[in-house]
Write a protein that binds this ligand. Sequence first.
Ligand code: MF3
Ligand code: CO
Length: 257
Amino acid sequence: MITLKSAEHIELIKVAGRICADTLSYLSLLVQPGVTGLQIDKLADDFIQAHGGTAACKGYDGFPASLCVSVNSGAVHCIPNNTPFRPGDVVKLDLVVDYNGWKADSAITVLIPPVLPAVRKLAENTYSALLDGIRACVEGNTVQNISQAVYAARSDPSIGVIKEFTGHGIGRDIHEPPQIPNFVSKDKNALLVAGMVVCVEPIFCLGDPAIYHKKGEWNTWMFSGQPVAHFEHTILITSGKPEILTLRKEEVGLWVL
Ligand code: MF3
Ligand code: CO
């Protein structure tokens, strides 16, 4: 069932969103050649705790780290490891913060220069798909309007949409109904109502979108070996404009909703 959040619970999700956004801003500056995902993971945990939150991924279904760090053709949910980042890497950081039992979820893609123009285009296109998806997050619209907006944002047919992972509701749990696919699916459609909190998260790739993972493992990979881009925000549906609860300070002014 889709739950509407009370004003009191929304305030707690907003605090979680603020910590999540500030953590990603901080981590984005640390993604440089020679740094490892495990180092980022430790710094994330320390930063979140210093700001009064906890890393909600840790222990979620046995996930062992504070955040997902997926590099290049690592698609999503990759466990941070000790391989140093290199020039040209496409590094996705995906983080859920818990504040007093309430959660916010956000992801960014950080490009380590130099990257190929096609890779830059992929990342920019994924970010603008997030923007278009968020614009559709208005009361009276449906989940399919969000899915349609994200899918239609692809600037080029060579950009693939990974279908196995979707946006979602969020609150006490990381993943609550409704699922929000990045393509128009025939699944049950849900009306968007003020008080719902949802995560919009386009995950786009270059070329064929087929993924694989080993049974029982978190890490997922592209068959193609091509890079993936992923951006995510947590959004409050209101009777007016969508409110982005994980907006980073460096994004302020970029958004015209
Ligand atoms: N943004 C990710 C998602 O919605 C967060 C996953 S946390 C994990 O799936 F613990 F499941 F990895
Ligand atoms: Co998510």
